[in-house]
Structure formats: structure tokens, C-alpha cells
Design a protein around this ligand. Sequence first.
Ligand SMILES: Nc1nc2c(ncn2[C@@H]2O[C@H](COP(=O)(O)OP(=O)(O)OP(=O)(O)O)[C@@H](O)[C@H]2O)c(=O)[nH]1
Ligand SMILES: [Mg+2]
Ligand SMILES: [Zn+2]
Length: 375
Amino acid sequence: MLSSEKEFLFLFGWDDFFESQISDLVYLSGERQRSTCSLFQARVICEERNLYRVQAVSSQIFWASVSGKMQFNAVSRVDYPAVGDWVMVELPSQSERGVIHHVLQRKTIIHRKQVGSSTDSQILSTNVDYAFITSSANSDLNYRRIERYLAVAQDAGVIPIILLTKADMCIDNISDIVAEVRRELPGIQVHALSKNDFEKADFLTSYLQKGTTSVFIGSSGVGKSTIVNFLIGDEQIKTQDVRESDGKGRHTTTARNLYVSRYGGLIIDTPGMRELQLSDHAEGVRTQFSDIEELIQSCRFSDCRHQTEPDCAIKNALLEDLLSEDRWKSYQKLEAEVRHGMRKQDKALAAEDRKIWKKKSIDARNKGFSKKAKM
Ligand SMILES: Nc1nc2c(ncn2[C@@H]2O[C@H](COP(=O)(O)OP(=O)(O)OP(=O)(O)O)[C@@H](O)[C@H]2O)c(=O)[nH]1
Ligand SMILES: [Mg+2]
Ligand SMILES: [Zn+2]
């Protein structure tokens, strides 16, 4: 392998985890003469309507679609490539369009429930190390919304970092706000910045090291693309003023894209999100509120409802101001949402199962396999 290829692989986050997966795939790096089985690794840097832009080891960037076999075997959306994925791809000679044959197992998947579907997930990005949960530091700052993002990141095993943007537009002292957010969300890294002094934001260099991948997530208009533009050293991505009337963004970014940042680490810009359902992020909610879960464990009764029961650790913590009323309410709400979502999901899965079985038995009958038909 050429040293430039090694450098590329390192820069793009390739490591033993992925290397070990390709030994059982047909892997003929750099060997193109047998084009039908010349698979090589590439990272998905953009996704648009069933087409994937991939960056290959040879520095080539091209569009690729998934192979017929992959499509045939795919059961749900998660079986298709997503931005951040490492894929094994083929570029047939004389063709500009590649064919993706495999998606390598992912280290991490940040996903959310597909709006309007009770079972399918939408992948926000994969193989990510850090998730910058971006929120403007002004009146739009909403702990309960940030907690949802935290749950989603932590559920994926990705390190969350809260990024408070537009510090320049803040009426209150920004360091007071940072201190308050740190108090409110214990154990989470919190940083503030403003577009006038991105250069001074030293903390970015410590996260965006070569070989790492970070994703920016948050509502529309909070300034994700503005910071990504700075980090790629170019005004490549369109940004747009927030609406005067309600301070909301306009959903300027419409696709996820991966770039190399000026500090070496890879960054993914994503479209702003309207809603974030939590039904399949039970683990993330648990991690996010591990202090509360621990308290619950020490209530005297295992089925304590934290209302009138004696020796209730939650009530005691609330009385002693060790737990804020807001945080307790937020936990109850998110936990109920997870439970409700899981019940709905169970029902939907059961209904889907029933449909599949019904179809199978109809197929079997049509093929004359049913007992009745044989007799
Ligand atoms: N004053 C000020 N404005 C900012 C700052 N960061 C971003 N903006 C402005 O906020 C507006 C929205 O920024 P974008 O970067 O497009 O926001 P986004 O999060 O990418 O929005 P979507 O792509 O819709 O999700 C733009 O007009 C930016 O110039 C900041 O630090 N200070
Ligand atoms: Mg944007
Ligand atoms: Zn209790």
C-alpha cells in the first residue's frame, strides 16, 4: 500500500476494527484488471436519494449506488449506507458510477425514529466519535430539548459536547450561562462560541484531531453550517438568516455531508431537526439520568411511585435541593415517552409479524404446500 493511501486511511478514521472485517471479503486493493471483483474501501461523504458520494483511498470521489443484491437483502433503512459509513465499492471500468457491495459493520450509529413510522429509523450519521449538540445561547436555549439530543448521542455510545452558539447575541453574561448549563446537565462538556471569534475557540482543536469524526446536530438556524464553514476554511455551505418573526431557522441545509476540518478531524454537517422522538433510546435516557436512576434504586420500596411512600430517595433529594424539580419532571416525561414508544413499537412489530405470516401462509397455500391442497 502506498504511503499516501495509508495517510488517507488514517485521516478518514480507518482502523483495525474495519480492517478485520475485510479479510473475508474479496479485497484486491489497487488491482483493477479484474474489474468484477475489484472491491476497495471508501467512506460515504454525502447521501442523496439512493445515491451515495464516496471518497475512495485513491483520493477519487464519485457517486455510487447499492448493488442489486444489497437491495434485495435489505430489510430496513439501516441496511443501506449512510454518511460516515465505510463501504466496499467497485468502480467498473469505463464507468463514472460506482457500485456499493457491502456496508462494513458500524462502530456507532446515531439514529432517530423516522417521522411518520413507528418502526423504521433514520440514520443521522455513523462511525462518529463526538456529537456537537448545537444550540444558540439566547432565549432559544432549552434544556429539555438538549436532553433529548443527549439521550440520542449517549444511546449511540458517542461522546456528546454541548455547543452554545451566538454568544455575541446573548444579553446575559455568556460564562454565567455556560456555568448554568454545566450545573443543569452534570458530567457533560459545555462550550460557548460566536462566529466573530471561532479562531479563539481552542477547545475545537482538542476534539477535532486527525482520525476522529464529529457530527453537528441541533435545531435549524442555530449555526451548525456557519461553524462547519469556518472549520473547512471555506464558505462552501449555504447559511441563511433566521426568521425575524419567530427566531426559527429555515432548514437551509437539506443533506448530510462529511468534510475534512482545518484541524484534521472529520466533521459532518446535518440538516436542522424539528422533532426528536425518543421511543427507541431507552439506554440513552438511562445514561442521561443515571443520577436519578441511582436514587430510585435506593427508595425503600422497589415499586415506589415517589409520591406518598416513606423513605423515598427522590422526594428526599427534591426536599434537600439535590435534585431540581425541572430535571425530575423532565426525566418522568422522557421516561414515559420511551415506555409509550416501546409499547407502540411492540404493537407495530407484532402487526408487521402478523402480516408477514399471513403472506407466508397465503404463498404456501398458493404453491399447494398446505395440507388441504395435498389431499
Ligand atoms: N450573530 C451571530 N449569528 C450567527 C452565529 N452563528 C450563526 N449565525 C447566523 O445564524 C444564521 C443561521 O446559521 P446556519 O449556519 O445557516 O444555521 P444551521 O444550524 O446550519 O441551520 P440549518 O441548516 O437550517 O439546520 C445565519 O444567518 C448565521 O450567519 C453567531 O455566532 N453569531
Ligand atoms: Mg445548516
Ligand atoms: Zn421513591
